[in-house]
Design a protein around this ligand. Structure first.
Ligand code: SF4
Length: 374
């Protein structure tokens, strides 16, 4: 029987995001590591590798497929109530000890992470998404940057079917991968995990490419929302949160910032779970630094109005939420506040069609098969 790594090494095609260096090595640009790869070497992500002078990249499978409310991604300013057909491959360029998607992201590093890959085609997934009445197609679960060629292939089909597309990412990008994605990706969520380079190095990355990516995403007119998982003792100091939110407000005060509650997961089981008071204190810091749309997540009903969208000018309630559930919706057809007519930043549907589901579910009609040689 083949190992997972052996099976996945066959499920590849030549990638687009690389160049050949003068010494014959390949430089991959899919993520901020920019690995230089001699012949036979594999990248930090463990899924892209140099085979005879060609960069081979993942192709033709998914590590998971699920239908999620778009609020789960979370995008709060992009078609509220819509269904986001969500797919991921396997592997990640970071190795966060608290990862909540570790079964797919760490499957090539951790033998305990078992996520059998399923054979898939872009056409098959988009047909399935349309049949489920999804409005949005999202690459998530593993780090999408490292499998960008596959995501773009899926998104080309999705666009042809009239769907909006999105990335749920750690933001460890490069200028090259953002140029590559720009024609095909509408929404981009970045998980800004800390504002301290030492913390990022513990997770296997650096902060500089992530901050650069956030600035570029905004300048390139992707719709950007930012999430920070608030971990007691790791990233919750007033000083760090103040610097983090001041940075975001400097990029744009209109970028929504979601500060979400940590629960013990994977290898990080020491810190206490995040309380509602901690979330609300962090939200106050973000608002004081000028952010207009701050949300508190993962503790439905415990965080006052920090699940709702309000007009930043007159404070009228625009979207009322409980967890992923839309309680009220008042944004106008042209994306404005009904009271003062201020434009609401985001990507809004011409009308609210109700919410298909407030709960994730696995599509009942899917016909994906496990890669046979596993
Ligand atoms: S995706 Fe990132 S980690 Fe993987 S080979 Fe490319 S640069 Fe290296």
């Amino acid at each position: 029987m083949s190992t997972l790594a052996e099976v996945l090494s066959r499920e590849t095609r030549e990638g687009d995001l690389y160049e050949t260096l003068p010494d014959g090595r390949l430089r991959c640009y899919a993520c901020g590591h920019c690995c230089p790869l001699p012949n036979g070497a594999i990248g930090v992500c463990k899924v892209r590798f140099n085979e005879g002078g060609r960069l081979q990249v993942p192709w033709g499978y998914v590590g998971g497929v699920q239908c999620d409310p778009v609020e789960k991604k979370p995008f709060f300013h992009a078609h509220p109530g819509a269904l986001a057909y969500s797919f991921g491959m396997l592997g990640c360029d970071l190795h966060c000890s608290y990862c909540q998607n570790w079964v797919t992201s760490q499957s090539l590093r951790d033998p305990a992470a078992v996520a059998p890959p399923l054979r898939a085609t872009p056409e098959q997934m988009v047909r399935d998404a349309v049949a489920q009445r999804a409005r949005i197609m999202v690459s998530t679960y593993n780090e999408p940057l490292i499998t960008s060629e596959w995501a773009v292939a899926v998104f080309k089909e999705a666009r042809a079917a009239g769907l909006t597309t999105g990335y749920v990412s750690n933001g460890n990008g490069t200028p090259e991968v953002l140029d590559y994605l720009r024609p095909w990706v509408d929404l981009y969520k970045v998980d800004l995990k800390s504002f301290d380079d030492r913390h990022y190095r513990q997770l296997g990355g650096r902060i500089a490419p992530i901050l650069d990516t956030i600035r570029r995403l905004h300048a390139m007119d992707f719709w950007v929302e930012i999430v920070t998982l608030l971990i007691p003792g790791f990233n919750d100091s007033r000083d760090e949160l103040s610097r983090l939110t001041a940075f975001l407000a400097d990029v744009s005060p209109h970028i929504p910032w979601h500060v979400t509650a940590f629960h013990r997961d994977y290898k990080m089981t020491d810190p206490p779970n995040t309380s509602a008071d901690m979330l609300m204190t962090a939200a106050d810091i973000g608002r004081a630094n000028g952010l207009r749309h701050v949300y508190a997540g993962n503790l439905p009903g415990e965080v006052g109005d920090l699940e709702d969208t309000r007009c930043s000018a007159c404070h009228e309630l625009l979207v009322g939420r409980y967890g992923y559930y839309i309680r009220e919706y008042h944004v106008t057809r042209d994306g404005r506040c009904p009271s003062c007519h201020q434009a609401v930043p985001g990507r809004w549907s011409a009308q609210f069609d109700g919410q298909i589901t407030a709960r994730p579910f696995v599509p009942a009609t899917r016909r994906f098969t496990i890669l046979s040689s596993l």
